[in-house]
Ligand binder design. Structure first.
Ligand SMILES: [Zn+2]
Length: 176
């Protein structure tokens, strides 16, 4: 669970609270188990073309409608982060990248909604490894290539913490 549970997701009874491992935890007396609360893992892939910039997507859904992001989303069960990131990239932009081609940038944390905590694994890949013509896909209203100078000169806004992901991806691939 990422939000604090009120009822046990297994047996359905109301949860109690117990102090376990230094924190108050939700606890099911019926199942005799802690209902752990954890961040949600996600992944994203920044495609970088040194001549055109970083491929970004403009969000069409809350939170942050109209704000720009590095394509990405939540991991499905049994996906690796690289598979999740490249799947989300294709869903949102139509661009395909082999999961084995992406390079790890680092991890990013965010709180997109009150009480929801996300840990996202950030990847970058040179555009030479990408195929397909970018177009706005699932949950996206526009896509575009931006260098740091172009984005700064525009009236666009990043969805936090994507400004950091964008800068790190650009530097990772171009060395600038
Ligand atoms: Zn239970």
């Amino acid at each position: 669970m990422t939000y604090e549970a009120t009822y046990c997701p297994r047996c359905g009874i109301e949860l109690d609270t117990r102090h376990v491992d230094g924190r108050d935890r939700k606890y099911c007396e019926g199942c005799d188990r802690v209902e752990w609360r954890n961040p949600v893992p996600g992944a994203g892939v920044a495609v970088v073309d040194p001549d055109r910039g970083v491929l970004l997507a403009q969000r069409a859904i809350e939170p942050g409608v109209g704000e720009w992001v590095v394509p990405g989303g939540y991991m499905e069960v049994e996906e690796t982060p690289a598979v999740a990131g490249t799947r989300e990239l294709e869903e949102e932009t139509g661009v395909r990248v082999d999961p084995d081609a992406v390079e790890l940038l680092g991890t990013f944390t965010a709180t997109p909604f009150d009480g929801k905590h996300v840990v996202s694994v950030g990847y970058a890949v040179h555009a030479r490894h990408a195929t397909g013509t970018p177009h706005a896909g699932h949950e996206v209203q526009a896509v575009g290539w931006f260098t740091p100078e172009e984005f700064a000169a525009s009236d666009h806004v990043f969805h936090d913490p994507h400004d950091e992901r964008f800068e790190r991806a650009w530097t990772h691939v171009t060395g600038e």
